[in-house]
Ligand binder design. Structure first.
Ligand SMILES: [Zn+2]
Length: 613
């Protein structure tokens, strides 16, 4: 706690703060503001926040425009991510235009207040996560990109990953992300204080312009408007499509999101494919070897810089070894036969790493990361076949509570354990009470109490958010948030038709489809593509470049019509009625198939059983 280095690092090069500015979204609601975080001005942590997390949340408050070095600037605290502006000979190179256009514009305006208003000539997306590209139309105009006046550079595989990650499991991820980032929680000492990588996520207009140039070799060097940039691909670690950069003229290493001021997530709580900790460690080792001694400052697209070559190298070593240590020790114990939940209790970071704040899990969470490594290699099944036919949560909870002597007996003992501070167990057993009987108010209150105590103690901001959001919902029920379509028009338009038909497949209600056989030809008249969709055995199969002479019906439409349907501007029946979709053959077959597709609820319960169907 005596180490003040991070506070100095975060302030170095400070020019002007965002202050109490409220960035408004097109919807008329606030997109971004740091108002409500004033309580973090206090030096000492209150009893309701882990002291290390309190310190981290305070450092993350450094916000505004910062000079990194001659011709390199950063805008921090305008979103969960940073925007980096590099001054080329004739214009600007923007790295990562934040999540939404409103905050991206506001960040650029602060930059222009202090620096010449030169045009943005290049945008670089460091990776496929939306906090690194969603605000692009706030920074450049799509027509300028189309006309070749602005180029957009991204790592190989960018578009597929950027639009694909949030489609198939997107609805479940969006709901779970509310727990991870805590945007619905009140800000305060008993509420949301941080999100590890930054304060929280902006809420505004998400846009996407496809890259005009892909980096597809492991290492590529380019001179862009007089600025030399060495790009190095890092796929499969923090994101499926990602790169880091070295700017040799400025001796600046940009580790994007491969090395930030904390232990990152190997499996975000919103849910994702498990990331590769071993590859991650090797990418950092490579960056250390190639650029460490040649870097005077290390920046990233989250959090604050590290200054001085020796400190840059020490930082990279600790980042490298954090992922390597956790990976190797987890796999070692796994090979001894321990399961994830046991390994999570056994692995302790060595003091040489733990004494450095940058290795702590403020965004990631050590125990969760250990279970993720186990899952990556062995899956969620722990090898005990008792789990193969285990009862699901509600009947398991009912049986357990009944065996334990009923709800009142369990509640009595759980309260005694709560008084003794055994919050982990009380959270577990009180959750069983809630799953056995969701209407038991005293059980809900005790579970919420235990979640809160755990949330107040935990070092990880995302684990804190999850525990406090869970407690909030046990006390108040699910929040009533306005239902909006989360898919941005740019993202919908960028979906491949294969992704679209795959998504239709996961909406199919297998029971309704039982015994049905429907074959549909799809002809897209504007892009000259044909697709074949076959329902058989309760599964919807898709083939590109195919059609069947025996199809029940053939649909002719434009891609734009399909996009309008996906954006809920029209519907299949309305488009058929208006003639935007022409159907030959048996039109009823189309309606029958549509009738078998589910619509997903944006909100669903996580800390209590779902209402009976
Ligand atoms: Zn990010």
């Amino acid at each position: 706690m005596a180490d003040r280095q991070s506070f100095d690092d975060a302030r170095q090069g400070f020019i002007e703060a965002l202050g109490d500015q409220v960035v408004m979204a097109a919807s008329g609601r606030p997109s971004w503001s740091l108002k409500g975080y004033e309580f973090l001005a206090r030096e000492d942590a209150p009893d309701t926040v882990n002291p290390a997390l309190w310190r981290h949340a305070r450092v993350n408050m450094a916000n505004g425009l910062f000079k990194v070095t001659e011709r390199v600037y950063q805008l921090r605290g305008f979103d969960i991510s940073n925007m980096t502006v590099i001054e080329g000979d004739s214009g600007l190179i923007v790295v990562d235009p934040l999540i939404s256009t409103e905050v991206a514009k506001a960040a650029m305006e602060l930059y222009f207040k202090h620096r010449p208003r030169k045009p943005v000539r290049s945008v670089i997306y460091s990776h496929s996560h939306a906090d690194h590209w969603g605000g692009v139309r706030g920074v450049v105009d799509g027509e300028d990109v189309a006309a070749g006046r602005v180029r957009i550079i991204a790592p190989a595989g960018f578009m597929e990953e950027a639009v694909g990650e949030n489609v198939i499991a997107g609805n479940a991820m969006s709901r779970r992300a509310q727990y991870q980032f805590g945007p619905l929680l009140p800000r305060g000492e008993k509420g949301q204080i941080d999100a590890g990588l930054g304060k929280t996520v902006s809420a505004g207009t998400i846009t996407l312009i496809a890259p005009t140039q892909l980096i597809d070799k492991p290492v590529e060097s380019h001179r862009i408007d007089g600025v030399d940039i060495v790009f190095e691909l890092t796929p499969g670690a923090e994101a499926p499509s990602e790169l880091i950069m070295y700017y040799p003229q400025f001796k600046v290493l940009n580790m994007t999101e491969i090395a930030t001021q904390n232990m990152h997530n190997l499996l975000p709580m919103r849910g994702a494919l498990v990331r590769d900790a071993l590859a991650w460690s090797k990418y950092i080792a490579g960056a250390l070897r190639r650029y460490g001694a040649r870097s005077e400052v290390l920046i990233a697209q989250h959090n604050w810089p590290v200054w001085g070559s020796e400190r840059v190298q020490a930082f990279l070593k600790k980042q490298r070894d954090t992922y390597k240590f956790v990976h190797d020790q987890t796999v070692r114990l796994m090979n001894h036969g321990y399961v994830g939940a046991e390994i999570a209790e056994l692995v302790r970071m060595p003091p040489s790493l733990a004494q450095d704040w940058s290795t702590h899990g403020f965004y990631g969470h050590l125990k969760h990361n250990i279970k993720a490594i186990y899952q990556r290699y062995l899956g969620h099944y722990d090898g005990n076949p008792a789990q193969l036919e285990a009862l699901p949560p509600v009947p398991a909870a009912r049986k357990t509570i009944e065996y334990m002597g009923g709800a009142e007996a369990v509640l009595k003992r759980a309260r005694e354990d709560y008084a003794r501070g055994e919050y982990r167990w009380v959270a577990q057993v009180a959750s069983q009470l809630v799953f056995a009987d969701a209407t038991h108010e005293a059980a809900r209150a005790l579970a919420a109490d235990a979640y809160e105590q755990l949330g107040y103690q935990v070092e990880s901001a995302t684990a804190r958010n999850a525990l406090l959001q869970g407690a909030w919902e046990l006390r108040n029920g699910m929040p009533k948030v306005p239902v909006t379509t989360t898919a941005a028009p740019d993202v919908i338009r960028a979906l491949t038709l294969e992704m679209f038909f795959d998504y239709l497949g996961v909406r199919l209600d297998g029971d309704k489809a039982r015994g049905r056989h429907i074959v549909l030809n799809w002809t897209f008249t504007d892009i000259n593509e044909r697709h074949l969709l076959t329902l058989e055995n309760s599964a919807l199969s898709h083939l590109a470049d195919a059609e069947s002479p025996a199809a029940d019906a053939t649909l002719s439409l434009t891609r734009a019509t399909l996009d309008d349907i996906a954006l809920q501007k029209t519907s299949f029946p309305a488009a058929m009625a208006s003639g935007r979709i022409a159907v030959t053959g048996r039109a009823g077959a189309v309606m029958e198939l549509l009738g078998m597709l589910d619509t997903f609820p944006p909100m669903f319960p996580l800390v209590e059983p779902r209402a009976p169907r």
